[in-house]
Structure formats: structure tokens, C-alpha cells
Design a protein around this ligand. Structure first.
Ligand SMILES: Nc1nc2c(c(=O)[nH]1)N[C@H]1C(S)=C(S)[C@@H](COP(=O)(O)OP(=O)(O)OC[C@H]3O[C@@H](n4cnc5c(=O)[nH]c(N)nc54)[C@H](O)[C@@H]3O)O[C@H]1N2
Ligand SMILES: Nc1nc2c(c(=O)[nH]1)N[C@H]1C(S)=C(S)[C@@H](COP(=O)(O)OP(=O)(O)OC[C@H]3O[C@@H](n4cnc5c(=O)[nH]c(N)nc54)[C@H](O)[C@@H]3O)O[C@H]1N2
Ligand code: SF4
Ligand SMILES: [Mo]
Length: 685
């Protein structure tokens, strides 16, 4: 147990939410009581996380047009501008953008702030860029979206795990310790660190996973590997899917994906022969304009093999951000109310409105999705003001130059951040806020385990918490003139108080936290939702008895392959894919300010195959110009035979990669196509 000068908390970064202790001098060490990293592992980012707390780049004073000002001046200015914009253009002229790194308490409060204090329908968050396609597919198939509907430690005992588009050796290194037993099948256009650990590496052309999953399912049917008893007992809709698979014979799939038929056969046979097997998807398969259908095709495969809802087997999505799971449950999403309820469900509106103390009619309807919201900023019908909490879209949104231009067209841009990110640098007002170990709050990790991230150090003088900023603005805005209520609802600033309200607002919804308390989280090393009552043990494996559909059965949904939104042609002959490296996190706002991480990964680069490089006259270390229909970006050439000849790869942790990416959206999830577009690659002479 940690001594009094050591605080048990969790990592500031990814969805694994490794347990860590922060000791004197801000030394970070792994906890051994949190199952995800009980082996004592942390990644490079985790080990160096203490530097976030002492970093010289930290903001400690509000900025108004780039100049330091007093808090009251900045808050008064923002509230007055918001009130004026709302009075002139209506409540939807003010928009809110949140993030999956925010605690549950903040995500909840942000949703309430938008609907109650601002009265706007225009709120969404960066989770649309992350796992929204997998969430949509899981809801369609299982009636509920809990990324992994099982503890990560279940993976330890698997015989076979298929990882489609996830490079966990770089994105969640401690997870690899749960994957050393099983045979790994990795689907990735690059021979990544993860693919190097694999028993079988399938290396498709980017944007063809849907065809691949259909081909694998076709083979399962053709080779009579379908678990007919499971399909009959636990699912509906298989006949239509069986029919829809008929045209996806393996030779055709090989032509589309480039994956040899014999490798597809090996993969399906291994999965079917295993006693315990998992199909897991990451962003590589999901961040496409057909991501929802792609995940659906992988779920269909898993269902045909009888995996989901059985002890020791299953389908799961590897959620990414620190609170990627909880961030999508409590109402910062355009179409959602707390408890993972639908905003257009009359019963949900009544329940939440009662907790908020307003009439249900006062809750605005669903608004625009993240990219559509950014795209509408400053247009005649779009929002004129944006409040941004915990995201850096100038670096992380697709078609980022266009997004920066839209941000520039606003009458008012306000950000809350810990550093002056590229987006904060464009803002009219920046509020400096507390971060992870300076405040307490709950995070729900990729397993659906609700964790307590505790305050370990006092915040620097001058900063306030996101909750305090929200409360201060709400107080200044007062009651809405167009609302039926006369009083201004309260916005608590104590995380524990907000959590209690969140539990009430979400009670009865799919993501029911009402039985979870801070005390229980500590005593039980986390509690899995749903946990609908104080005495309820929590639900590590929600689908063992039945799925969350009305009849308890999983749904097979027929889907068909289609090409990427943008195909290569004579002008843009190469596929670009994007993703992550070990040392940096997301837009890099935090990690590009930490010296050891910058040493490990100092600059943006383009990875290309030696044959492609030779054809283009490019040598290792050359400056390369990459051009798409959206824009141009320069980066250093890295030559590697780990990537396909028809594809180049760029990490998106620096401004640049997203100038190129295609904002084509998935029709269901509204997820942009980050993982494939067409580019031209030239040596920068
Ligand atoms: N180091 C680090 N770790 C992180 C993060 C970070 O920024 N840095 N972010 C966190 C977050 S928010 C997330 S969402 C997760 C993401 O975790 P991952 O999904 O593992 O990360 P990515 O690198 O985006 O994508 C994974 C792989 O998809 C491959 N890929 C590209 N195109 C395709 C395709 O068309 N099909 C297939 N099958 N694969 C393709 C890429 O080559 C890449 O190796 O990581 C989390 N952990
Ligand atoms: N090309 C390409 N683009 C991508 C992806 C890709 O694979 N390829 N992946 C997408 C994915 S999966 C994701 S999740 C997004 C993420 O991209 P972003 O949404 O930009 O995420 P971060 O870089 O984590 O931004 C978080 C910001 O919040 C700040 N911050 C940290 N803690 C707090 C806090 O407590 N409160 C507040 N107010 N601020 C805080 C940080 O300093 C940082 O500026 O990028 C997406 N963009
Ligand atoms: S794997 Fe994720 S949670 Fe664990 S130390 Fe690294 S960034 Fe932190
Ligand atoms: Mo993400």
C-alpha cells in the first residue's frame, strides 16, 4: 500500500488507464493492484508523466487575445459575448466541443452546461474521431456499446486473438503482456511492432478490411466452421448474412485486399479451432467512411464462430482515450443524454430533465456531429461561438487547414487547456485548467471499469478546474430568457458532488452507474458498469446470459464492401494512412513538450517502401512533400519494407498529416476517414 507521501492514481493518457503511484519529487511508479498493468508495466509516456506537472509550458493565467488577464475579466468577457451572440442569433449560435480525455464528471457537466445553461443543441466531442464506428456497430449487434465486454485479463487465457487495425505494442504496451499466451493474427497494412509479435500477419491495402472480414466469414460458411448451435440459440438474422456472403469468395477478396487466400484460410481455421478466441478491432479498421459496416462484418464473423457472450471468447473494440469509454456515456455527444440514453427518447428526456430541474421540452434536440460541427462554424447557419474543452482539432481533425479556417471565422473561440495548444493559440480566450493528478475524478477504462483518478499534487497557483470554469460561466449566464424555468440551475464544482448527480441522471440508462461510489471504486479496484444499485456487484461480462437487445439475442446485420471515399488515380497514385507512434499522444499537445519523448520521436515523418522510394527518387532522410486534394505537408522520409508498396504512413502527432486527410464521413457514426486517402509523394527539392 502506498505510504502517506505516495498517492495511488492513474495515467493521464490512454484508455488502459494504467494504475500509477506518484511519490515525492513527482516520481511515477506502476501500481500492482490494477489488473490492466498489474505486471508492473507502464509505457514510456506513463513513466514520464510526472513531467506534465512541472512543465514550463504550463498555462497559469487566463489569456484574452493573447494577453494575460484576471480570471474575473476573462469570465465576464466570455459570458457577455456568449449572451450577446445568443441574443442576436439564438441559442444554437453557441457550440461546445468536448473530449474523451475528460473525466466522467466533466463530460457529464459539459453536456448539462450545453443543454441547460446555454440551451444549445450544438455539442459534440472528439470521440467521433475515435471509436464511434465500433460503438455504432456494437449497439446495432448487441444493443449496447461497452468497448470490451470483458476484463482485459480474460485475454490472458485465449488461444487465438485477431487484432484488426490495432498496433497495441505502441499504443497500449502493457496490454501486450495479456497477449503473450494466445496466437495473434494481426491485420495491418504495415508490419508494425505488433505484427512482428504475430503468428500470422495479414497485410491488406488500406480501406479493404470490410472485404477481408466478408471473405473470412465466407470461408467460415464454406468450410462448415459456423457454430450452428450458438447461432440458433443466441442470434437472429444469420440467413440474410449467409446469403449476403455468397459473392465474397476468397479469390475475389484476395484481388481487393491483396491478402493471399491461404492466409485467410489459416486465419479462419485457427479462430474456429480455438476453444477460446477473440476478435478485437482498433482504429485501423474503424476510422473509415465505412467503419460501422467494417466492424459489423467483424462482429458477424465473431457471431458465426460463436464467440460473443461466451466466457473466454468475444468481440471487443480497443477504445483509445483515457476516458474514451466514459466520455461517450454521459452526454457530451450530440445525440445523447447521461447514462448512454438517446436524446430523442421521451422517457429519457423526462428522467434527465427531472434531475436537472427543467421541463423536458427545454432540452434541445440532437445537434451536429463533431466534423459537421467544425465544418459549420462561422457559416450563415452555423455556430458563431465555440467553447472547446480537451481537444486540439487544428492538429487532430481531418482537413485541418479547412477546420482552422472555420475556427478563424468565429466571432468567439474559447478554449480550456493546460498548455497553449495549436488550437488554443487561435482562441480569443484561453482558460488555464487543472489536469489529471491535480484533481480527482472518475475515468472508465477500455474494459468498462470505472476507476478513481485521484489528486496527488496541488495545482499551480492561477489555474482552476474545468468544473469551476463551467460553474462560473453558468452563474454569469443566469436563467435562459426563452426557457420556461425562472431559476438558474446549480453547477457543482466538487467532483464527488457531480458524480452523485451523474449517478442519478444516468440511473436506469444502459450505462447505469447508480451503484458506484468513490469508496467502492477504491475498495474494489474499480467497478464495472452497469451497476444499477448500491449492493450490485457490477458487470464485468454483460453478455454472458443474454445480449442487451429486446429479445436478448445478438443481431447479424448484412453489409457489403465498398471502396474508400477517395481512390488512387494518376494524379494521386499512393494511399496515405495515418496513426500513432509510441512516444507521442494524440495531437502531441502534451507529449511534444516532454524532453525524453521528443528525443524518442523528434519530428514528423513519412514511412515508405524502398521500391516506392526508389521509383520516386527519394532517399532516407530526404524532405518529402505529400499532397492530397485537401492540402500539402512536408516530412522526413523513412524507408522501410514493413509497409506495402502502394501505401505511405504518417503519424498525426504533429500539424501536417491532417492537412491531407479526407473528411468523408461514415453515414451511421459520422466518423471521418482518417485511415485512407489518395496522395502524391515527391522529393522536396
Ligand atoms: N502512443 C500512443 N498511444 C495511444 C494514443 C496515442 O496517440 N499515442 N492514442 C490513444 C487513442 S485515443 C487511440 S484511439 C488508440 C489507437 O490505437 P490503435 O488503433 O492501435 O492506433 P493507430 O496507430 O491509430 O492505428 C492502428 C494501426 O492501424 C493500421 N492501419 C492503417 N490503415 C489501416 C486499414 O485500412 N486497415 C487496417 N486493418 N489497419 C490499418 C496502422 O498501420 C496502425 O498500425 O491509441 C491510444 N494509445
Ligand atoms: N490523421 C489522424 N487524425 C486523427 C487520428 C488518426 O488516427 N489519424 N485519431 C483520432 C483520434 S482516435 C482521436 S482520439 C483524436 C484526438 O485528438 P485531440 O482531440 O486533439 O486530442 P488531444 O491531443 O489528446 O487533445 C487534448 C487537449 O486537451 C488538453 N487537456 C488535457 N487534459 C485536460 C483537461 O483535464 N481539461 C482540459 N480542458 N484540457 C485538457 C491537452 O493539453 C490537449 O490540448 O485525434 C483524431 N485524429
Ligand atoms: S499504456 Fe496508456 S495508460 Fe498505460 S502508461 Fe502508457 S499511456 Fe499510460
Ligand atoms: Mo482515439
Amino acid at each position: 500500500m502506498p505510504g502517506s507521501d505516495v498517492t495511488a492514481t492513474h495515467c493521464p493518457y490512454c484508455a488502459l488507464q494504467c494504475g500509477m503511484e506518484i511519490g515525492p519529487e513527482l516520481v511515477v511508479s506502476p501500481r500492482t493492484d490494477i489488473p490492466a498493468n498489474a505486471s508492473g508495466a507502464l509505457c514510456q509516456k506513463g513513466w514520464t508523466a510526472g513531467e506534465l506537472l512541472v512543465n514550463g509550458a504550463r498555462l497559469t493565467t487566463p489569456l484574452l487575445h493573447g494577453e494575460p488577464v484576471e480570471w474575473e475579466v476573462a469570465l465576464d468577457h466570455v459570458a457577455a459575448r456568449l449572451a450577446a451572440i445568443r441574443a442576436e442569433h439564438g441559442p444554437d449560435a453557441v457550440a461546445v466541443f468536448g473530449g474523451g480525455g475528460l473525466t466522467n464528471e466533466k463530460a457529464y457537466q459539459l453536456g448539462k452546461f450545453a443543454r441547460v445553461a446555454l440551451g444549445t443543441s450544438q455539442i459534440d466531442y472528439n470521440g467521433r474521431f475515435c471509436m464511434s464506428s465500433a460503438a455504432a456497430a456494437s449497439i446495432r449487434a448487441f444493443g449496447m456499446d461497452r468497448g470490451l465486454p470483458f476484463p482485459v485479463t480474460d485475454l490472458d487465457d485465449a488461444d487465438v486473438v485477431l487484432l484488426a487495425g490495432a498496433n497495441v505494442a505502441e499504443t497500449m504496451p502493457p496490454l501486450v503482456r495479456h497477449l503473450t499466451g494466445p496466437r495473434l493474427i494481426v491485420v495491418d497494412p504495415r508490419r508494425t511492432q505488433t505484427a512482428r509479435l504475430a503468428w500470422l500477419h495479414l497485410q491488406p491495402t488500406p480501406g479493404t478490411d470490410l472485404a477481408l472480414a466478408l471473405g473470412l466469414a465466407h470461408l467460415a460458411v464454406a468450410e462448415e466452421l459456423v457454430d450452428e448451435a450458438y447461432v440458433a440459440a443466441r442470434t437472429v438474422g444469420f440467413d440474410d448474412v449467409r446469403t449476403s456472403l455468397a459473392s465474397w469468395w476468397p479469390e475475389r477478396v484476395e484481388r481487393i485486399t491483396g491478402v493471399p487466400v491461404h492466409q485467410m484460410r489459416q486465419a479462419v481455421r485457427a479462430l474456429a479451432a480455438a476453444r477460446n478466441a477473440y476478435v478485437l478491432t482498433g482504429r485501423g479498421a474503424e476510422q473509415h467512411a465505412k467503419g460501422t459496416d467494417t466492424v459489423t462484418a467483424f462482429i458477424n464473423l465473431a457471431l458465426a464462430l460463436g464467440l460473443p457472450g461466451r466466457m473466454g471468447s468475444g468481440y471487443g473494440c480497443l477504445t483509445g482515450q483515457g476516458n474514451g469509454q466514459g466520455g461517450r456515456e454521459h452526454g457530451q455527444k450530440a445525440d445523447q443524454l447521461p447514462g448512454y440514453r438517446k436524446i430523442d427518447d421521451p422517457a429519457a428526456r423526462e428522467h434527465v430533465a427531472a434531475v436537472w430541474g427543467i421541463p423536458a421540452a427545454d432540452i434541445p434536440g440532437p445537434g451536429r456531429s463533431a466534423y459537421e460541427l467544425l465544418d459549420a462554424l462561422g457559416t450563415p447557419d452555423g455556430p458563431r461561438a465555440l467553447l472547446l474543452f480537451g481537444s486540439n482539432p487544428v492538429v487532430s481533425a481531418p482537413a485541418s487547414e479547412h477546420v482552422a479556417a472555420r475556427l478563424g471565422a468565429l466571432d468567439l473561440l474559447v478554449t480550456c487547456d493546460v498548455v497553449l495548444s495549436e488550437t488554443a493559440a487561435l482562441a480569443d480566450v484561453v482558460f488555464p485548467v487543472t489536469q489529471w493528478a491535480e484533481e480527482t475524478g472518475t475515468m472508465t477504462n477500455l474494459e468498462g471499469r470505472v476507476l478513481l483518478r485521484r489528486r496527488a499534487v496541488p495545482p499551480p497557483a492561477g489555474v482552476r478546474s474545468d468544473l469551476e470554469v463551467i460553474a462560473a460561466l453558468a452563474r454569469r449566464l443566469g436563467p435562459r430568457s426563452e426557457s420556461a424555468t425562472e431559476f438558474a440551475p446549480e453547477f457543482a464544482t466538487d467532483p464527488a458532488e457531480v458524480f452523485d448527480e451523474l449517478r442519478r441522471a444516468g440511473a436506469g440508462g444502459p450505462a447505469d452507474y447508480s451503484g458506484i461510489t468513490y469508496e467502492r471504486i477504491v475498495a474494489e479496484t474499480g467497478v464495472f458498469w452497469p451497476c444499477p444499485a448500491p449492493g450490485h456487484p457490477g458487470t464485468p461480462r454483460p453478455f454472458l446470459d443474454s445480449f442487451a437487445t429486446p429479445d436478448g439475442r445478438a443481431r447479424f446485420v448484412p453489409v457489403q464492401h465498398r471502396p474508400p471515399a477517395e481512390e488512387t488515380d494518376a494524379d494521386y497514385p499512393v494511399h496515405l494512412s495515418t496513426g500513432r507512434v509510441l512516444a507521442h499522444y494524440q495531437s502531441g499537445a502534451q507529449t511534444r513538450r516532454i524532453a525524453p519523448l521528443v528525443r524518442a520521436a523528434p519530428e514528423p515523418y513519412v514511412e515508405l517502401h524502398p521500391d516506392l522510394a526508389e521509383r520516386l527518387g527519394i532517399a532516407a532522410g530526404d524532405m518529402v512533400r505529400v499532397t492530397s486534394r485537401r492540402g500539402q505537408s512536408k516530412a522526413v522520409a523513412r524507408i522501410s519494407d514493413a509497409i506495402r508498396r502502394d501505401t505511405v504512413f504518417m503519424p498525426f502527432h504533429w500539424e501536417g498529416a491532417n492537412r491531407l486527410t479526407n473528411p468523408a464521413l461514415d453515414p451511421v457514426s459520422r466518423m471521418p476517414e482518417f485511415k485512407v486517402c489518395a496522395v502524391r509523394v515527391e522529393r522536396d527539392s
